[in-house]
Design a protein around this ligand. Structure first.
Ligand code: G3D
Ligand code: MG
Length: 178
């Protein structure tokens, strides 16, 4: 019923905002998508290809794509870029060894013509784990202040509890002109 209603609503508003959720494998992308969607933690297995869900939040309709992050799948990310308004880049804040890979994926995305107008929300996920990097530390490591040609925002979060996820969506909502 909720789905039907949101479908009808979207016919009136005629607006669905495309969001892609990217990040390395195991970062927490699928957990985040389903936490936002259903407010619960689902048991995930590595995403092959992608999951897509319609998410309605504060009268805003989103189409959210959760794209597999294993190395072999990363080259296909760009096939999802067209029409994307928001990129959610999920970083595993415990994974210091691979932060440089997230960094190069980020700058590769920012350089892509299809994402020229997209804004980036970074989730510094797994904040519940002791010793994880803070959002500030990640922001420094990724040199985010050098990003001038895209809107960006970094939000600390824990996908298991949902903490921080809605603050991130607030930022996205604030960028949607209505
Ligand atoms: P992915 O879709 O980015 O590949 P998943 O990642 O959503 O499948 O999550 C990968 C693993 O990280 C899962 O653990 C998931 O429960 C865990 N995870 C996701 N978010 C958090 C978080 O905020 N804190 C902690 N501690 N763990 C998190 P399993 O054990 O199922 O592989
Ligand atoms: Mg996944």
């Amino acid at each position: 019923m909720g789905f039907l209603f949101s479908k009808i609503w979207s016919l009136f508003t005629n607006e669905e905002h495309k969001v892609i959720i990217v990040g390395l494998d195991n970062a927490g992308k699928t957990t985040i998508l389903y936490q936002i969607l259903m407010n619960e933690v689902v048991h995930t297995s590595p995403t092959i290809g992608s999951n897509v869900e319609e998410v309605r939040w504060r009268n805003i309709q989103f189409l959210m794509w959760d794209i597999g992050g294993q190395e072999s799948l990363r080259s296909s990310w760009s096939t999802y870029y067209a029409g994307t308004e928001f990129v959610i880049l999920v970083v595993d804040s415990t994974d210091r060894e691979r932060l440089h890979i997230s960094k190069s994926e980020l700058y590769q995305m920012l350089a892509n013509e299809d994402l020229k107008h997209a804004a980036v929300l970074l989730y510094a996920n797994k904040q519940d784990v002791k010793g994880s990097m803070s959002a500030t530390e990640i922001s420094q490591q990724l040199n985010l202040t050098s990003v001038k040609d895209h809107g960006w925002h970094i939000q600390a979060c824990c996908a298991l509890t949902g903490e921080g996820l809605y603050q991130g969506l607030e930022w996205i909502g604030s960028r949607i002109k209505r």
